[in-house]
Design a protein around this ligand. Structure first.
Ligand code: BES
Ligand code: MN
Ligand code: MN
Length: 454
């Protein structure tokens, strides 16, 4: 199989480039046709690779690409999940080359979605092709690729609950996470959840002359920034009453185990141009970005933002605030606690509106399952090292949903790097990582099928 992969490398890359050229930004309706085009592209490639019943399943939003190869009903079935939509590419001026004109520089593929998640999803399509062409598919396989992940996976749960038989499987396999370094493989065993809020503070009923009114009326931007500042204290703790009530407390032994994952604090800082880190007192940087909850302002706006100076007291101020959640925090409950608290800290002189956006549950994945052992052995076969189990700070809300709706654990065997700049300008994915994924995935199927036989 390795020989097949090596000799088809250029074609695999050029097909991925074709997929990367489609600006499938799900959050922006302008790109509707492109999002559907990306779905069609994957459906066709799955068909060509030998899948049966490749189709676009309609949802009230973007379609789900489904395809399968059932070789024997008695064999186990792996369900591959991935997403073909991408984040918006702005700010465009910070890209060295345009986001939808993929280019390889220094062994890295630069494009929006190169890593998250087109590059990683496409590894599975090409690994499947490789197994088919080499008569080496050892179990059944199903693909379920969605086009709304980056905008909250609104319609995936409906699809899953209505199609339980169609997507029935023994395990879910996902490459939408990362490894620690190209010589330090890892398997993600934890994800944070999410509660995403938008707030609006209204002061006067119109924008005012800041000379005639300034000093005598509430300025909603001043008020909003004070309110936001009060949401965290000097020790980096979130001040919303009840926020920490359900947070999982890890034992010293668990923390020591997680601390075994290599982490280079100097690289962490230098790679993002920071002189120092910051965060919750009493926790290390890796802990702060994985096992602890957060509250961050993602955007804040209002008032005069054009060139020059305008003297004005704006009528309104806005912010988008996200909270990353850890086990056993519940997004609905955190959303309610936030709303109640935010309304309670608003001064009498303003009114506030709190609008919840998407949310998602955190997830923890057991390491004692057959599927985890198969993934670990697969990575060991291609990296020459046992992968480290890591808890990631990112969120893939559908992982908890799959567990709840289907009773299935997901294996998060991703090949990205934190430095791949996903969601940022100049997102990239190593050719090494793309090829390593294609090489590793067939081993997962091989070991999984063998171990399931017992
Ligand atoms: N693939 C990422 C999540 C991720 C990346 C997890 C790296 C672990 C390591 C996914 O596409 C993503 O961006 N998720 C969003 C959540 C969603 C609700 C918009 C996130 O984490 O912000
Ligand atoms: Mn992703
Ligand atoms: Mn993403």
């Amino acid at each position: 199989m390795l020989q097949y992969i090596e000799s088809n490398k250029e074609r695999f890359l050029s097909e991925l480039f074709d997929l990367l050229r489609i600006p499938s930004i799900s959050t922006d309706k302008k790109y509707k046709d492109d999002v559907i085009k990306a779905a069609e592209f994957l459906k066709n490639k799955l068909s060509e690779a030998g899948a049966d019943n490749a189709e676009l399943c309609a949802t009230p939003g973007y379609p789900i690409v489904f395809a399968e190869k059932i070789i024997d009903e008695k064999l186990p079935t792996v369900l591959v999940y991935g997403h073909y939509d991408v984040q918006p590419a702005d700010p465009l001026n910070l890209w060295t080359t345009p986001p939808f004109e993929p280019e390889i520089r220094n062994g890295k593929i630069y494009a929006r979605g190169a890593c998250d998640d087109k590059g990683q999803t496409y590894m599975h399509v090409k690994a499947f092709e490789t197994m088919m062409k080499n008569g080496a598919l050892p179990c059944n396989i199903k693909f379920m690729l969605e086009g709304e992940e980056e905008s909250g996976s609104e319609h995936l749960e409906g699809f899953v609950t209505e199609n339980k038989d169609k997507i029935a499987a023994d395990v879910i396999l996902i490459s939408d996470t990362g490894i620690i370094a190209n010589d330090v493989p890892a398997i993600t065993v934890g994800l944070r959840g999410m509660s995403y809020m938008e707030v609006e503070v209204t002061g006067p009923n119109r924008d005012l002359h800041s000379g005639l009114y300034g000093g005598g009326v509430p300025n909603p931007i001043n008020v909003l920034t004070k309110m936001i500042a009060s949401l965290t204290d000097d020790e980096g703790k979130i001040t919303i009453p009840g926020f920490y009530d359900k947070v999982e407390v890890l034992s010293d032994a668990q923390r020591a185990e997680l601390a075994k994952a290599p982490f280079d604090q100097e690289f962490f800082k230098s790679e993002i141009g920071l002189k120092d880190v910051q965060g919750e007192k009493g926790y290390s940087t890796p802990e702060r970005v994985s096992i602890r909850p957060t509250l961050d302002v993602n955007g804040i706006w209002g008032g005069y933002m054009e060139e020059g100076a305008k003297t004005v007291i704006p009528s309104k101020a806005h912010a988008k605030i996200s909270m990353r959640l850890v086990p056993f925090q519940e997004p609905e409950e955190i959303t309610a606690l936030f709303t109640k608290h935010f309304e309670s800290i608003a001064p009498e002189s303003v009114s506030v509106k709190v609008i919840p956006h998407h949310g998602g549950d955190p997830a923890v994945i057991p390491t004692d399952s057959i599927a985890y052992k198969a993934a670990s052995k697969a990575m060991e076969s291609t990296f020459g090292k046992t992968p480290v189990p890591v808890r990631s700070g990112g969120s893939i809300p559908i992982v908890a949903m799959f567990k709840e709706q289907l009773g299935l654990d997901s294996i998060l065997m991703g090949f990205g790097l934190d430095s791949d700049a996903i969601h940022s300008p100049n997102e990239h994915y190593g050719v090494f990582n793309f090829m390593k994924g294609i090489e590793t995935i067939p081993y997962f199927y091989k070991y999984y099928a063998e171990m399931m036989k017992g």
